[in-house]
Design a binder for this molecule. Structure first.
Ligand code: IMP
Ligand code: MG
Length: 177
């Protein structure tokens, strides 16, 4: 790429993430009271978030995983969505909750949503840790949003740059040098 990236400050700290994830879990538990959820983790970015989130949910919850193509070693979206791994379970008649790390252009989620709706779930909602509304090109909205953020390239707490930094316990960002 020929570009160098440097770390910005901590954007959202560990405690702040924990507090917000707990709030989201409570809200989701209230909304699905006496019902059940199939939470779908969009690999790999949402893996940390969903792990914390489902432990804050106190209704009957199953999880399943999907993998779709991502950006690779660049910070630009190609707009191409490919299913790399499909669900293991049948979601017909289930309350599906897609759990995402971030909504950027929205292209991935718009595609996923239509793809999953074709399987006739009872309901389908979207929960995203981060939302970058400024970058939206596809018409898609999340039902649960952890944090609405400005247009920066985020790393940490599951989010990567070229597969690295997912293990950071806080949310930071990269800037061009
Ligand atoms: P979208 O289709 O543009 O909404 O974004 C698709 C995927 O790109 C997200 O689920 C993330 O995995 C990845 N992505 C988007 N923005 C960022 C970012 O700022 N940091 C890391 N990954 C990102
Ligand atoms: Mg993702």
């Amino acid at each position: 790429m020929g570009k160098n990236y440097v770390f910005g400050d901590v954007m959202i700290g560990k405690e702040e993430i924990q507090k917000r994830v707990s709030e989201l879990g409570k809200e989701i538990s209230r909304d699905y009271k006496d019902d059940s959820i199939v939470a779908i983790c969009v690999l790999k970015g949402a893996v940390i978030f969903i792990s914390d989130l489902i432990r804050e949910i106190n209704v009957d919850t199953k999880i399943d995983f999907m993998a779709v193509s991502s950006y690779g070693a660049t910070t630009q979206s190609t707009g191409v969505v490919r299913i790399l791994k499909d669900l293991d379970s049948d979601i017909e008649g289930e309350n599906v909750l897609i759990v995402e790390d971030i909504i950027d252009t929205g292209l991935t989620l718009k595609y996923l949503k239509e793809y999953l709706l074709a399987r006739k779930p009872k309901s389908l909602k979207i929960c995203t840790l981060l939302d970058k509304p400024e970058r939206r090109t596809a018409d898609v909205k999340a039902d649960y949003v952890g944090f609405t953020i400005e247009n920066k390239f985020i790393v940490g707490y599951g989010l990567d740059f070229d597969e690295r930094y997912r293990n950071l316990p806080y949310i930071s960002y990269l800037e061009e040098e």
